[in-house]
Design a protein around this ligand. Sequence first.
Ligand code: FEO
Length: 406
Amino acid sequence: MDHFLKAVKITDKVYWVGVIDWNLRNFHGYITEHGSTYNAFLVLDEKITLIDTVKAPFYDQMMARIRSVIDPEKIDYIVSNHSEMDHSGALPMAIRDIKPEKLFASPNGEKNLNAQLKLGMEVTVVKTGDSVSIGQNNLSFVQTQMLHWPDSMFTYLSDEKILFSQDAFGRHFASSKLFYDEHEQPIMEWEGEKYFANILMPYSKQLLKLLADFPKLNLDVTYIFPDHGPLLRRPEDIARTFELNKMWAEQKPVKRAVVLYDTMWHATQRMADSIADGISSTGVEVDEIAIQQSSRSQVATKLTDAGAIIAGSPTLNNNLLPSMADVLTYLRGLRPMNKIGFAFASYGWSGESLKQVNTYLSEMNVELTNEGLSCKYSPDMDMLEKCFEAGRELGLKLIAKVDSNQ
Ligand code: FEO
């Protein structure tokens, strides 16, 4: 079935031909409450160029938007900035129907595309500093290895001054309003931070290096068009995006702690309450998060600049609760940096969860401020006082750590 969808003209020569995935709620583990977009762009120059494609099920929608402007067979070049399937899933069909003269990708892009998709066409490999004329404009390429895949790259369109930044500087946010400045800034910044935390945090060092090296490329950037979410066109939004990404990637701890737990019969919850109270008593801000009321992706976002993580779980059948195993496994993979913290637990008879939570925190390189607090059955006043004191001690250590870094 065909679609009656239109391309949106966004600059003199560039049209948005992407799609809106209103119903996306889980992007390989990243909980996306607001859906997403897969942005693709059509550049009308002497060599008509398609920048990125979309997830395979949305191929018809992308082609309908392209057809609203030109016959797709007139496309000469396709650029694949990133070979993850949300941008390349539709590529084999696009190649079959468009029959482009050239397909550009980074060296690792060539390997990934051939390994994943068996494209049946030669990939023209481009590297940082390479430039291709498409008429009035040049396409220039910047490899951004491990942001967030080995193949990732940016493409810069010279006369239009557009940086197509693929997965960097985006956000999972479905909206019919295409531009960043059409949305409320706090929502954009929260969604941007969530995107950083859930996608780019493990590659913070690579992001910092890119941001430091970027000015040396002498690219005059008027627009940043990422592959997900609203497009940036105001200088102040672009400057703020660079500033925020630098701040997030530095992961400098602030005086804020995340107390994360799940509970069976409220014993672990009462411990969490006392720990949070102890931390608050020092002036450190606390986010106390019951994982059943939140999501792993919200926790990751809250953790971006928090200086401490305190995690608690009861023992169920010789293990921590599955909800805590889920969120701690996810956080461990994101490799957060510069945290202090400790574990706490309650149990009835075996009590393995304390050791297991401690192991997770150690594997996240959390500097442990104590050996962990374990409570048999319900916490009595002595145990709650110990929780408060452990929280207070952590708060004081965090204050000293943050102050010594300033
Ligand atoms: Fe949006 Fe890494 O794909």
